[in-house]
Design a protein around this ligand. Sequence first.
Ligand code: NAD
Ligand code: UDP
Length: 315
Amino acid sequence: MRILVTGGAGFIGSHLIDRLMEQGQEVVCLDNFFTGTKRNLVKWFGNPYFELIRHDITEPIRIEADQIYHLACPASPVHYQYNPVKTIKTNVLGTMNMLGLAKRIKARFLLASTSEVYGDPDVHPQTEDYRGNVNPIGIRSCYDEGKRVAETLAFDYHRQNGVDIRVARIFNTYGPRMLENDGRVVSNFVVQALQGIPLTVYGDGSQTRSFCYVSNLVDGLMRLMNGDYIGPVNLGNPSEYTILQLAQKIQQMVNPDAEIQYKPLPQDDPRQRQPDITKAKTYLNWEATVPLEDGLKLTISDFRQRILEEQSKHQ
Ligand code: NAD
Ligand code: UDP
């Protein structure tokens, strides 16, 4: 099969491409390298089954493929708020272009949506039928509303044009290859602890998140793509932690002397988040299996390695 992965040079996309390549698929990656990097894919350069195309999905493109994993979109608040209008264009025009392509070439299309469609949720844990509590005019809206429109587009192309869609609502995912300056909580805390600088907890740290290790998430995406269930389906690890607990865990694991510093809570920061994964279990026979501590160990050792490599370059 030929499989197109948009955003394949990014964190989740590059892990997905590793799995697809290991299966012997032919993979085409489209990326504009906004938050992705060629370094994540370098091991596949020169492989005749792998092709990397520098392309911005806000522009149309013609490519033949059997399946499209549509992941292109910055995922960290720091990056998606850097140029919010571009984030909306990526989610709306970009998704429309990729759905148009799927329609033309009759490819199956999987949208990487997000738990952010639930906004600051009043229902806990979040089930797929919860319609969310999203601020349409806040600083997170470019991403949250952008993904909500992306879901709408997917379902309308499905109803109107018979496009074969799959929609995943991905919850906070972490693991090796997150950018050091990514701004997301796991990468921030790990980098800070490794550098011996204070761990920055926003607010009082009582807000919660549920963290899924990337290999589990990729497995869920592939099961969704290759099964019959359209979704939307929550993919995440239901083990829920406060942000302060996460800081303390990483502090313990990396550097018990690292301090914790409290900073203001960003606007519209969701207070709680935990996936209800009944649908994923029922329809995909999937659940996350890697405990937070094991996933953090792998993530910390990847960051340690990269920081050492950076330091040796500057010596
Ligand atoms: P990432 O920022 O590491 O990867 C996104 C990739 O998309 C990057 O390689 C980037 O260069 C590329 N990209 C961005 N805009 C583009 C454009 N206009 N044209 C072409 N390429 C573009 O993020 P990630 O964590 O790997 O997330 C991947 C997908 O999963 C995103 O759609 C994100 O919304 C979704 N998601 C991720 C999480 C998470 O916790 N990581 C949670 C929910 C949803
Ligand atoms: N957060 C934090 N310190 C940081 C980065 C993030 O306390 O250095 C908090 C952030 O306010 C949020 C949670 O951690 O409550 C998760 O943030 P992230 O940006 O990783 O993802 P999202 O908010 O999109 O779930």
